[in-house]
Design a protein around this ligand. Structure first.
Ligand code: ZN
Length: 438
């Protein structure tokens, strides 16, 4: 069943609520994904408002939807980006069925409500309602509901950028990543993600010599030799530095330019949440997360592997960080190996898209301002920036649900979104689309 189409702006609230409920009721847990079900629902919903879409799939069950209102060809294009897959949910941990889409006390419950079927629904309703209004953009207004963001095995946006670049090329884009309203020192801000850290995990392979565990003296235990290396990584505090977006964030909060160390002190003084937010933005981070050694209790391991989750600042290269890490680890019988290097791109926080986000915030809450933020995680914005130089931000505004609560619910039990925030998202996307490509 398709959600009813609203005739007035007021009833967009009911329309977006219904669409999100329908999306949540389709199980698109990745793996295996099965995003085609969501893509078909969206295609049929959009068609009722005269918006044409195409499905692109590397495998039939894993379709991406690309919809557009074609522009007149004399202005910039703008893309609303989202993904339809979700992480898994264990019903035993939830108060409601994770695929119920239940509306309770002004909130819609279910897996993906925040990450990110809520934004999928808000984007779809924004483009559908603009089409019904007769909106004729200068450049194309594009809506992409991609598959496979959560696992990233190249069925989603990375694949679209390679295989169907003309379908997803855009000058500007809004995606997930931020948008939450926060208060620092009593002033409201909306965080707009303009940059992402680079996920850059590495592995240490520590070498020893195997032997029977009943005679430790005959062996050289690689697991024991790994322990001081892990400790050195855990104790190490990287030098702090203020990247452009973090400097602007700090300046907005403090009202003046500060050094990196002063900024952290300021944040700690303001509140613990501000400090938690700021700390990973001031340096690369290291979190040892996996270890493996002997397969048997009575065999002393000859090798021990330690995997460390490492996040670099945007623009920071592995070649710059590796000598620092080798110095921290010191001498030892081990090999160091980068496992991946993904993301770490940024967009400027100036220009038409930035102005459109700011003007929406000013109109919505005159005492508030949008501030740029670098997010520690990876999003699909990276693929657009890398392939087309798209100016892409993470911005899906939320002010009804507490930002810290929302952060805890993502990828966790009892995920839900406030209907007020969903409606706010529709309003924001309509405004930004009209401003950027109207
Ligand atoms: Zn997501």
């Amino acid at each position: 069943m398709l959600p009813g189409l609203a005739t007035t702006t007021d009833s967009l609230r009911a329309e977006v609520t219904e669409l999100l409920q329908e999306l949540i009721r389709l199980d698109t847990v990745n793996p295996p994904g099965n995003e085609t079900a969501a893509a078909e629902l969206l295609r049929d919903y959009l068609a009722e408002s005269g918006v044409e879409s195409e499905l692109y799939a590397r495998e039939p069950a894993r379709a991406n939807l690309v919809a557009r209102i074609p522009g007149r060809g004399d202005g910039p294009s703008f893309l609303l980006l989202s993904h339809t897959d979700t992480v898994v949910a264990d019903p035993a941990e939830w108060q409601v069925d994770p695929w119920s889409g239940e509306l309770r006390d002004g909130e819609i419950w279910g897996r993906g409500a925040l990450d990110m079927k809520g934004e999928v629904a808000a984007s779809a309703v924004a483009i559908a309602s603009l089409a019904r209004d007769g909106f004729q953009p200068q450049g194309d207004l594009i809506f992409v509901a991609a598959a496979d963001e959560e696992v990233g095995y190249d069925f989603g946006l990375s694949w679209l950028c390679k295989e169907h670049p003309d379908a997803v090329r855009a000058d500007y884009a809004l995606n997930e990543g931020a948008g939450e309203r926060v208060e620092f020192a009593g002033r409201p801000f909306y965080l707009c993600s303009t940059a992402e850290k680079m996920s850059s995990p590495f592995r240490l392979v520590v070498h020893g010599r195997a032997g029977h565990a009943s005679m430790p003296g005959i062996a050289d235990n690689a697991l024991v030799k790994a322990a001081p290396l892990i400790e050195r990584l855990a104790e190490y505090r990287p030098a702090l530095r203020l990247e452009a977006e973090t400097a602007a964030l700090v300046e907005a909060i403090a009202g003046q330019r500060l050094e990196a160390s002063q900024a952290l002190d300021l944040a700690r003084g303001l509140d613990p949440f501000a400090a938690e937010l700021l700390e990973p933005l001031l340096s690369f981070t290291l979190s040892p997360t996996m270890i493996s050694a002997s397969e048997r209790q009575n065999v002393i391991p000859s090798t021990c592997e330690v995997v460390v989750d490492c996040r670099l600042l945007p623009g920071q290269a592995q070649a710059e960080v590796e000598p620092v890490l080798r110095e921290v680890l010191g001498e030892g019988d081990f090999d160091f190996e980068w496992l991946d290097g993904r993301g770490g791109t940024r967009s400027p926080f100036e220009g038409p898209l930035w102005d459109a986000v700011q003007s929406w915030v000013a109109a919505t809450e005159p005492s508030a301002a949008a501030v740029p933020v670098c997010v520690p995680g990876f999003t699909d914005s990276h693929w657009l920036r890398e392939a087309f130089g798209t100016v892409a931000y993470g911005f899906f505004p939320a002010r009804t649900m507490d930002a810290q609560l929302a952060a805890r619910l993502i990828h966790s039990a009892d995920e839900r979104i406030a209907v007020e925030d969903l409606e706010l998202g529709v309003d924001c996307f309509r405004h930004v689309a009209r401003t950027v490509c109207g």
